[in-house]
Write a protein that binds this ligand. Structure first.
Ligand code: MV4
Length: 449
């Protein structure tokens, strides 16, 4: 096991990792920017090193400073959390070249999944179902026409280097294809320095369902079921659930078996998430995330597993020690992301927290690095807390979440708590019948009132 872990992140996820380290008896090193000297992760870690000025590129993305911090403190492993350097293959490679362990997949697997075309080609070869579309990169407009005619309009042109909603263009009919093709390529070249694009049939009302995977270095791969992340606005997730209201146990077992056997053949290691669009009973793989995700706690709650602990154990070479039949799904979990944003405009509202009173009680978890008197800095993500609840059934989880949101007192900054309360009271949300487009329409309707 590791003798000391450096946490290359901030905020609630730095605390989350720190807590897992404490329970494993592993000392921790926090790194922080000058804007985060008073941050909770700095206070709670065994040691802390300042790695640069406020801007992320000079601090939390500063590879040389982070490696120096690891060297001077004698850390032997680095946990990247999510965001920042977590999906940077060069970083993973550099960490390992310095004789430290990167707590995550191999640099090669991070790179492979970072290229969305390679990710899809790989998954296709491993038997994972995909959205109908081009077989790899499009060579030219004529080829785009052939594929679009074959799969049928509307179609999407996506950037190989894109993902998370960046670099996509819809062509509704054949008349739009040339425009979509050239705009997508120009944008991809400008945004990513890579103008490779591919084409998919556009699914008009899918759900976003993702599958949590964990693989050790001894060839064991398991899944911890799915999360439904359809409630997003401008590609920012707002509320996530485990399991999906759209799936039953049989469907989960089927996609889980396909995914775990694919990743076993791939020799994948550590945590990973396969993202699918799910429509008309069909799973279509779109992307894979090679890191821990923000919404991992809903999975932890229904599976009674500590995913960060598992990541650390696996990185240290330990076997999982259980297999798929030992994993049981119990109850329902919901996460509400609490952002310091105006609940109507979603404009960030940095400022000083005057009152912080988190909710409690059975089945309620608050992951947050806030405290009364803390100044939310303007430089980073606006998510200031995650509220996660678990209950025996989905409707009980919804009631518990409403109760916990009502109890939650955050003063000094505006938050999206009022929006969450409205979502939870909406009949369509409560029925579980929603797609990726539901939240955008709901917000527009709320704001029109
Ligand atoms: C799609 C799609 C419809 N059809 N692909 C957006 C984020 C990126 N991960 C993939 N995205 C989409 N890909 C096909 N073939 C619709 C989206 C999409 C979306 C997906 C998941 C969650 C929210 C979304 C919001 C808008 C569009």
């Amino acid at each position: 096991m590791f003798s000391k872990i450096l946490i290359a992140n901030r905020g609630e996820i730095a605390l989350r990792i720190l807590r897992a380290c404490r329970e494993l008896g592993i000392p921790t090193v926090a790194v922080h920017s000058t804007a985060d000297s008073d941050a909770m992760h700095v206070r709670l870690a065994d040691e802390a090193v300042c790695i640069g000025p406020p801007a992320s590129r000079d601090s939390y993305l500063n590879v040389a400073a982070i490696l120096s911090a690891a060297t001077i403190t004698g850390a032997d492993a680095i946990h990247p959390g999510y965001g920042f350097l977590s999906e940077n293959a060069d970083f993973a490679e550099t960490v390992e070249a310095h004789g430290l362990t990167f707590i995550g997949p191999t640099a090669d697997h991070i790179r492979m999944m970072g290229d969305k075309i390679t990710a899809k080609t790989t998954m296709r070869a491993l038997g994972v179902p995909l959205v109908p579309g081009s077989d790899g990169a499009l060579e030219n407009l004529e080829q785009a026409r052939e594929v679009a005619d074959r799969v049928g309009y509307p179609v999407l042109i996506k950037a190989a280097a894109g993902g998370g909603g960046r670099g996509m263009k819809v062509a509704t009919t054949a008349d739009d294809l040339e425009e979509a093709w050239s705009v997508a390529r120009t944008e991809a070249r400008a945004a990513f320095g890579n103008d490779e694009v591919y084409l998919e049939k556009y699914l008009d009302r899918p759900r976003h369902i993702e599958l949590q995977i964990m693989a050790d270095t001894h060839g064991n791969v398991v899944h911890f079921g799915e999360r439904d992340c359809s409630l997003q606005r401008r590609h920012q997730k707002l509320l996530e659930e485990a399991g999906s209201p759209a799936l039953d146990a049989k469907q989960r077992d089927e996609i889980g078996e396909i995914a775990t056997s694919a990743l076993k053949k791939l020799g994948y290691r550590n945590a990973g998430t396969l993202e699918f669009l799910y429509q008309d009973g069909q799973f279509c793989f779109i992307e894979m995330n090679t890191r821990l995700q923000v919404e991992h706690p809903v999975t932890e709650m229904v599976c009674d597993v500590d995913l960060v602990r598992e990541q650390i154990r696996i990185a240290a070479g330990e076997p999982l020690g259980y297999d798929q039949k030992d994993i049981h799904f119990s109850g329902h979990a919901i996460e509400c992301r609490i952002n310091a944003e105006d609940p109507q405009t979603f404009m960030p509202t940095p400022g000083t927290i005057s009152v912080f009173h988190p909710p409690g009680g059975l089945g309620v978890c608050v992951d947050s690095a806030l405290y009364a008197g803390y100044r939310v800095p303007p430089y980073y993500d606006s998510m200031i807390a995650k509220l996660i609840v678990r209950a025996p059934t989905r409707l009980e989880a919804i009631q518990r979440m409403r109760r916990a949101l009502d109890e939650f007192v955050i003063e000094g900054v505006k938050t999206v708590i009022p929006l969450h309360l409205k979502i939870l009271d909406d009949p369509q949300f409560r029925s579980g019948d929603y797609t990726i487009h539901w939240l955008e329409k709901f917000v527009a309707a709320q704001n029109a009132e």
